[in-house]
Design a protein around this ligand. Sequence first.
Ligand code: MTE
Ligand code: MO
Length: 228
Amino acid sequence: MAQNRDDDGSDITGSTRSKLIETKQKWASAGRLLTPFSAGMGKARLPPGQHEVKDWPVLDLGVQPDIPFAQFRLRVAGFVENPIVWDWDAFKAQPQVSDVSDMHCVTAWSRYDNQWEGISVAHLLSIVRPKQEARFVILSSYDQYTTNLPLADFAAPDALLVHSWEGKPLTRAHGGPVRAIIPRLYLWKSAKWLRKIEFVAEDRRGFWEARGYHNHGDPWLQQRYDED
Ligand SMILES: Nc1nc2c(c(=O)[nH]1)N[C@H]1C(S)=C(S)[C@@H](COP(=O)(O)O)O[C@H]1N2
Ligand SMILES: [Mo]
C-alpha cells in the first residue's frame, strides 16, 4: 500500500498536499458543499419554494386513528436478519435519544427547530440488521397510509422514530404514539401512527407517491411532483 510514503515533509508536494488535506478537512467539518440542514448555516436553511411557519399544521387523510399504548405494536419485517414486533414497553425500553431538526412539507411550509424524542433509526437498524437484498423501506400506518423511501435515506443519522415533541407526548393529530421523522425528505415521508416498517428489494410507491408526488421527495432538489 502507498500510504504514508511522504515522510519527507519539506518537499513541495508534501506541503501542498497537507494544505489541500487541511482545507478539505475544514470543508468537511463545516459541511461545505453538503445540503445544509443544520442551524447556523442560515443562508440555505430554507429549501427552495418554502416559507417558514411558527405553528405546526396538521395534514393527513382525515382519519386520525386512536391507538392506546396498550394496543400499540411496531412490526419490522421483510429483508432483515431479526424481524421484531415491539409493544409500547419494548419500544420505550430502547435507548432514547433527543434531537432537533427542521421539517419541510411539500405544501410549502417549513418549521424550524423541532425537538424530538424517541429512538434513532440507526439503533433500529442495529437491532433488525437489514439483509443485503434490502434497498428500500415501506412505512405503513394505522390509517392505511404508506410511504416508500430508499434505505439510504431511512438510515440517515437524523432519522428517528419519535414519541415526543417539545418534551410532550406526540398528540394523536401529529401521529402519536409513534411516527417517523425523516428530516432530509419532504414531510409526507414521515409516516404518522407508524405500525410497520418493511425492508424490500424492489421499490413500491406509497400513498402519495402513487398519486403524482415525487418518488424520492428531496426538498433541496424541490422534488415535489413526479417527473412524468
Ligand atoms: N399515517 C399518515 N402519515 C402521514 C400522513 C397521513 O395522512 N397519514 N400525511 C403525511 C403528510 S402529507 C404530511 S405533510 C405530514 C404531516 O404531519 P403533521 O400533520 O404532523 O404536520 O404527515 C405525513 N404522514
Ligand atoms: Mo404533506
